[in-house]
Design a protein around this ligand. Structure first.
Ligand code: ISL
Length: 569
């Protein structure tokens, strides 16, 4: 029942470098800024830092479009500075995990520059080049090799005028997909990964890694997907999500890169659309693939039929059903990763909590408790530990994210009402996660002395790290206690999980048990006082952690957004 892996009682902190801290006044976060704030992470007590991409990049998708896998973008710093950061992180007893983005490169990566240079270039086959649809002229509307819709709107194919062929890009047109069918591509990726491990990094977060195997037939053809209503496109996901060779590719990577040192590392595969059944295979240690995956089910529960930009209210019972299924499904084999936030998700306190002055701290600590008391490895995204909120965007000009901007353009072009599209962005845009980290109450929140690349949330006068660290009742100190609880109470990391009250729309409750020790977790995910029916024997139990000052009069009584962890032995 105990997971022997070191990461089973670890907490990971994600840094999105461009928004974390700027050390040179250019308005963009950098490695120097991270170096200057390691105390913050140490005070929080986290075990691992995951760094979003810092490699050289044209920054079309904020660094997820890489033009050199073995360097540091000058905007972020130098390789020497990176080595210094790694050493400092290690000196403080933490580990450093890098982002690995190998489904695609930048179109400015030398591999792609070569590949595009001519049809008979040796690297031509490193990417997915295809002629126009039979019987159609290149460039003609609908002549793309397949009907697939890109994650970032528009078709997944871009015509290269010079050769008259199209290349595949599941994301932006500046992010051509690598052809993993070609063994040279895989060998080059493995060599690059070994180079970073030899430098001392402690693992990888693998960007959209379950998209690397495409379902291509013996004649080299890719196939159309079912039409997406209201668009000229189709849904190609059956052709690239969890594709036919994905397990083979990950096992090969494990053999070629991790073998002999995997016990020291952490590997997590980001996997949009991954099912529980697939996740069991990906994370079964006996199969040698990855330690854990990021699944997307719980962050899709508030998406409507039109996807993420057509949001609706989360039903707590849906969240319980989803998390409960993943907890049960990965109990005997594999491992969960636990997250509310990352650089692609709106802020959880605004999304599932209540970011008003009255309940911001209470609901942020409630949601943090709910998540961190599950079995799995929790991930904290920068600013989440401060209860940072969504940004009050008012016009489309304020957004910078390519996904948001492309979606807006396409939706309006297809006849949608621009105010309605804007309303979707205001709820769900990835830019909510990307506004600068709020360090203090000064101008630009201590993030930069220059002009921040994305505006700082005006609430930084109240919501900031300096104020939070000085206040024992802050979200920061609550998260610190959550991390500490995982380190000191073995049932938090290793106990089994039993959901209680599955049909209750307001209270999220469960128990965790390890040997003789049992925890009861109660979270009132509502702004009303509630009373719940509890199993017997919890009256008078020890209160390990709560987010409301003062002992509760009665275990079964929960104040608005109250969260408590009880223990009995
Ligand atoms: O949630 C999403 C679908 O609407 C995307 O934002 C999702 O996060 C994406 O499918 C996968 O994200 C990862 O790969 C992208 C990059 O833009 C994201 O920042 C990264 O996390 C392409 O590299």
């Amino acid at each position: 029942q105990r997971n022997p892996a070191w990461w089973s009682d670890a907490v990971v902190y994600q840094i999105y470098p461009r928004s974390f801290a700027d050390s040179d006044g250019d308005g963009l976060g950098d490695l120097g800024g991270i170096l200057a704030h390691l105390d913050h992470l140490e005070a929080l007590g986290v075990d691992v830092v995951w760094l979003s991409p810092v490699y050289p990049s044209p920054q079309d998708d904020n660094g997820y479009d890489i033009s050199d896998y073995q360097g540091i973008d000058p905007a972020f710093g130098t390789l020497e500075q990176f080595d210094e950061l790694l050493a400092q992180v290690h000196r403080r007893g933490m580990k450093l995990v890098m982002d690995l983005v190998v489904n695609h490169t930048s179109d400015e990566h030398p591999w792609f520059v070569e590949s595009r240079s001519s049809k008979d270039n040796p690297k031509r086959d490193w990417y997915w080049w295809r002629p126009a649809r039979p019987g159609m002229e290149p460039g003609q509307p609908g002549a793309e090799p397949t009907n697939w819709h890109s994650f970032f709107s528009g078709p997944t194919w871009e015509l290269d005028e010079a050769s008259g062929e199209y290349y595949l890009h599941l994301f932006a047109r500046k992010q051509p997909d690598l052809n993993w069918e070609n063994p040279e591509v895989r060998r080059a990726v493995h060599a690059m990964m070994r180079w970073w491990l030899d430098r001392g990094v402690d693992g990888f977060r693998m960007d959209v890694i379950n998209l690397v195997s495409k379902d291509v037939d013996a004649d080299g053809n890719l196939h159309d997907g079912p039409p997406l209503p209201g668009t000229p496109y189709g849904d190609g996901s059956a052709s690239y999500m969890n594709g036919p060779r994905i397990h083979e590719f990950l096992q090969e990577m494990h053999r070629e890169v991790f073998a002999g040192r995997d016990a020291q590392l952490l590997t997590v595969g980001e996997m949009p659309g991954v099912t529980l059944e697939e996740a069991r295979l990906f994370t079964d240690p006996a199969r040698g693939e990855v330690d854990m995956v990021f699944q997307f089910e719980h962050v899709s529960l508030d998406h409507g039929p039109g996807g993420r930009f057509d949001p609706h209210h989360l039903r707590l019972t849906d969240l319980k059903a989803s998390f409960g299924r993943w907890q049960a499904g990965l109990a005997d084999v594999g491992w969960n990763s636990l997250y509310w936030n990352n650089h692609d998700q709106p802020r959880v306190v605004s999304r599932f909590g209540d970011d008003s002055g009255e309940f911001r701290v209470r609901s942020a600590t409630c949601l943090g408790t709910l998540l961190h008391l599950h079995r799995g490895t929790p991930y904290v995204y920068q600013g989440e530990e401060l209860g940072m909120t969504n940004y009050p965007f008012t016009s489309v000009e304020e957004f910078r994210d390519i996904e948001s901007l492309n979606h807006y353009r396409q939706a309006v072009q297809q006849g949608a009402d621009s105010q309605a599209v804007l309303a979707g962005l205001r709820e769900q845009s990835r830019d909510h996660a990307r506004t600068p980290m709020q360090w203090d109450a000064t101008e630009h929140a201590g993030f930069t002395t220059g002009t921040p690349w994305l505006p700082v949330n005006p609430n930084h006068d109240v919501v900031n790290a300096e104020a939070a660290r000085a206040d024992e009742g802050s979200v920061f100190h609550h998260y610190r206690r959550l991390v500490d609880l995982r380190h000191t109470v073995p049932a938090v990391a290793h106990g089994d999980f039993t959901m209680l009250l599955p049909d209750d729309e307001r209270v999220y409750a469960f128990t965790r048990r390890l040997d003789e020790e049992e925890l009861l977790v109660l979270c009132n995910v509502s702004g009303e006082q509630v009373r719940v029916e509890l199993p017997d024997g919890w009256a008078g139990s020890e209160l390990l952690l709560g987010n409301v000052a003062g002992d509760p009069a009665d275990v079964a009584e929960l104040r608005p957004w109250e969260a408590r962890v009880h223990r009995r032995t």
